[in-house]
Design a protein. Structure first.
Length: 566
């Protein structure tokens, strides 16, 4: 066992069942003390938050035990695969903080070897070419309560099967005309073992192998043997593959595989108010319910990145939800809590008024501009202070004023005094309205002795509001995102409906804000806390200094404040 492995299997490390399995394997000296995992995405879409959990688990276990983790693309379905998806997957894994070094592999790297494994099965009488139609294969397979029946082509000779499989490879059959099937047991209680297909015909151009192949291995066959070729020790899969484990083992045990990986299943991530089906996510994109895979409302990793989530917050979330053996739905608010925890420590504070209301401070000199100090982050004094201009005309949040307020409204109203953050106390003296009766301006006075927001005589001012100087404000487009779906479980559809019927029509609101001057110098991807308003990010796609665009990452409301870290 390696020194690193010995160090890492101490009881000090928090436990889950996969970690415990690996610890026991290392103690028993299995795999010569090696831990080798893999993350095997299909390049047929962008990765989502569920994949992030798998990435963190596979790379995390390898890292923890001094092992290795491969990145392997399961590119066995050429009709649905694109180079764009490959590049996005690599970007996502790197962004999460993981490195596969020189171990970037593709199932297509092994097409020749996989074909030879199929030949080996045929020669050993364990695979045959079947000419049943897809409909007949389903009919012959049986049901969960009734056994299947053998195909009339099941007893073809080895020579005939070799000949027919070669014809399949040469493209002499049409798609769907025949498949190569494993010869296992049509009466097996596990329906996956009832002579599953190993190869099918696909006359499609492959993004890496071009037109070399017209037969492609099925997922179960390619996945198991790719693991074996790469000498994977622990093949970590989600629970839907639990019933496929006997087939995984059968494929490895019945050919001259170079190693014997072990498949271990864990519960997939299901997130409230979210769909994680690639098919449904692709439908959202193609039907333009969202602006693309990286729309900040999408649960894709690129969507979360554009929304302002940090890799640290997603890794923290993955740690907190743990690794379970039973599927469940995780509350989205836990993910939001993890982001708040991270951004609270790192995000630059600033002031931005999302729904501006003009305020004129009548007793403040019209030609005077003061430069005030504002704290950049109270959680991190090393971030220092910034300079904020203050002048006679400012903007405040429209919601911070009420002409006829209810009890316990401590913000601005006629005759009331409030504190302007970092500035002065002001008192509302007059309300200006337009011809429609809409409030367009407030006339106020200020107390010159209250500079810095300090009480000069000990009087109590209960309300503190943010503001920006009208003359110095930056005009910014601010996108306020909410859940894409109104229903906690959009996959649980009522009769006659689809998941699309639960889309939130108000999942995006665009407002035009007035912001501190420093926000005009932000860089795409920079995180901020707009004081009192939430956490925001300079949009990675649309932000320019001429037109600043900010996305709301998460509100300041913290429903998980009492959760303690595991």
């Amino acid at each position: 066992m390696s020194e690193m492995a010995e160090k890492e299997i101490t009881p000090a490390t928090p436990s889950h069942f996969i970690r415990n399995i690996i610890r026991e394997d290392l103690k028993a000296g299995k795999n010569d003390g090696r831990v080798h995992t893999r993350f095997p995405p299909e390049p047929n879409g962008y990765l989502h938050i569920g994949h992030a959990k798998s990435i963190c688990l596979n790379f995390g276990m390898a890292e923890e035990f001094g092992g290795k983790c491969n990145l392997r693309f399961d590119d066995t379905n050429p009709e649905k695969e694109e180079v764009e998806y490959v590049e996005s997957i690599k970007e996502d894994v790197r962004w999460l903080g993981f490195d596969w070094e020189d171990r970037e592999y593709y199932a297509s790297d092994y097409f020749d070897r996989l074909y030879e494994f199929a030949i080996e099965l045929i020669k050993n009488g364990k695979a045959y070419v079947d000419h049943l139609t897809p409909e007949q294969i389903r009919e012959y397979r049986g049901t969960l309560t009734e056994p299947g029946k053998n195909s009339p082509y099941r007893d073809r000779t080895v020579e005939e099967n070799l000949y027919l499989f070669e014809k399949m490879k040469r493209g002499e059959f049409e798609e769907g005309e025949c498949v190569l099937r494993a010869k296992i047991d049509m009466a097996s209680p596990n329906i996956n073992m009832r002579d599953p297909a190993l190869y099918r015909i696909k006359k499609a151009h492959h993004h890496r192998t071009g037109d070399k192949w017209v037969v492609y291995p099925m997922y179960d066959f390619a996945h198991a043997l790719s693991d074996a070729i790469e000498h994977i020790t622990h093949s970590l899969c989600t629970l839907e593959f639990e019933d496929h484990r006997p087939l995984y083992n059968w494929c490895i045990e019945n050919v001259s595989a170079p190693s014997r990986p072990v498949q271990i299943e864990f519960a997939r991530l299901n997130l409230s108010y979210t769909v994680l089906s690639k098919r449904k996510l692709l439908q959202l994109v193609r039907e333009k319910h969202v602006e693309g895979w990286n729309d900040p409302r999408m649960p894709t990793i690129s969507g979360f990145r554009r929304r302002g989530y940090t890799p640290e917050s997603i890794r923290d979330f993955s740690d907190r939800i743990g690794v379970a053996k039973k599927d469940s739905i995780v509350d989205l608010s836990l993910l939001e809590f993890c982001l708040r925890e991270d951004l609270n420590k790192r995000a630059q504070r600033c002031m931005a008024v999302l729904r501006p209301l003009k305020v004129v401070i009548e007793n403040y000199p019209g030609d005077k501009v003061e430069i005030l100090d504002a704290v950049n982050n109270p959680e991190d004094p090393s971030m220092g202070v910034r300079k904020v201009p203050f002048a006679r005309e400012i903007y405040i949040e429209r919601g911070d004023f009420m002409e006829d307020p209810p009890k316990k409204f401590f913000r601005l109203y006629p005759g009331n005094e409030v504190r302007l953050r970092y500035a002065y106390f002001i008192t509302c003296k007059e309300v200006i309205k337009d011809e429609n009766g809409e409030i367009v301006e407030l006339r106020c006075t200020y107390d010159p002795a209250s500079r810095g927001g300090n009480s000069p005589d000990g009087r109590k001012v209960r309300g503190t509001i943010h503001w920006v100087s009208a003359a110095h404000a930056v005009d910014a487009e601010v996108r306020l995102y909410d859940n894409l779906f109104l229903k906690e479980d959009p996959d649980d559809v009522e009769e006659g409906k689809t998941f699309l019927d639960y889309i939130n029509p108000n999942s995006l609101e665009i407002v035009y804000a007035k912001a501190e001057p420093m926000l005009g110098n932000a860089k795409p991807g920079d995180n901020f806390q707009f004081e009192r308003m939430g956490y925001f990010v300079a949009d990675r796609k649309n932000y320019t200094s001429e037109k600043p665009v900010f996305n709301r990452s998460v509100t300041l409301r913290d429903t998980w404040a009492k959760i303690s870290k595991k």
